[in-house]
Design a protein around this ligand. Structure first.
Ligand code: ARG
Length: 272
């Protein structure tokens, strides 16, 4: 299974020309339950220390499990976590991802030379691995899948959220903005430059990514095609609008029926 997951990473990454990919492991049955403990196959570690969190706060609990299973923490900001696979009630097994597999993009800004001194980077392919796939009455408890990133996921959330990498104040100061005044709109100005840097860096590195305006246009086309086929589009509005400039997209000005259809992916309780 670990080999299949490594192959997924390589196939999906495709040197940057990301391929949407799904790997479906054995279905759930009374005597078989496969679980991948990771939230995503590639994810950065998070460490709770006396001086605060190092790395990705969303990974703290999982990182602690890795350490318990013998993984050596490095206490860096961007340490790629190993993969944990569990079959039934057997002890979970830990697998280091071979170094050459995860593709990462260093973040630079097209005009601000100092930006690269922040030493920000992000991995190329988001591969969700903790959800279960329900299809045709069958449940697959391990069926990791990926698309490519929309820039805002990284630039407006992963780097920007106060509970994640929280880099806005540092960038704002380097931009010479007054972070004491809400009215200076320092957060908005900083978000704009950070997201510009994310899109620019992925593009320069030849790694697939989509900006939120293009993604909204693509979604519009999808809505039209579905309508023409006599199907209603369902979705969660709060997830469909982008976190940056949402009202500039058509999605903001519409409502969506959030009906849960199948086949679909579902959350399942954490195995740890
Ligand atoms: N938002 C998640 C992240 O920032 C990834 C979720 C899947 N995203 C995707 N574009 N397929 O890591």
């Amino acid at each position: 299974m670990a080999e299949a997951l490594f192959e997924h990473i390589a196939y999906a990454t495709n040197n940057g020309r990301i391929r949407p990919t799904i790997t479906v492991l054995s279905q759930k049955s009374p005597n078989q339950n496969v679980r991948i403990w990771n939230h995503q196959l590639i994810r950065y570690a998070g460490y709770k220390t006396a001086e605060g969190v190092i790395g990705d706060s969303t990974s703290i609990a999982f990182t602690e499990e890795c350490i318990k299973l013998g993984w050596e923490p490095r206490y860096g900001y961007f340490d790629i976590l190993p993969i944990i696979i569990q079959l039934n009630d057997n002890p979970p097994k830990l697998f280091d991802i071979p170094d050459h597999l995860p593709l990462e993009v260093s973040i630079r800004h097209p005009h601000f030379d100092w930006f690269e001194d922040l030493q920000l980077k992000w991995y190329a392919v988001p591969i969700i691995s903790e959800m279960s796939l329900e299809i045709g009455g069958i449940t697959y408890t391990a069926a990791p899948f990926n698309g490519w990133y929309m820039g805002t996921e990284i630039g407006a959330r992963n780097f920007a959220d106060e509970t994640r990498y929280n880099v806005l104040p540092r960038i704002a100061s380097l931009m010479g903005l007054d972070i004491k005044s809400n009215q200076s709109l320092w957060k908005d100005r900083t978000l704009l430059e950070l997201n510009t840097a994310v899109l620019y860096s992925f593009k320069e590195a030849g790694v697939s990514i989509v900006d939120h305006h293009t993604a909204a246009q693509q979604f519009k086309k999808f809505e039209e095609k579905e309508l023409a086929a006599g199907r209603a589009v369902t979705g969660d509005w709060t997830w469909l609008i982008p976190p940056l400039s949402p009202a500039t997209t058509h999605i903001f000005h519409q409502t969506y029926h959030n009906k849960v259809e199948k086949p679909n992916y579902f959350y399942q309780s954490k195995p740890y």
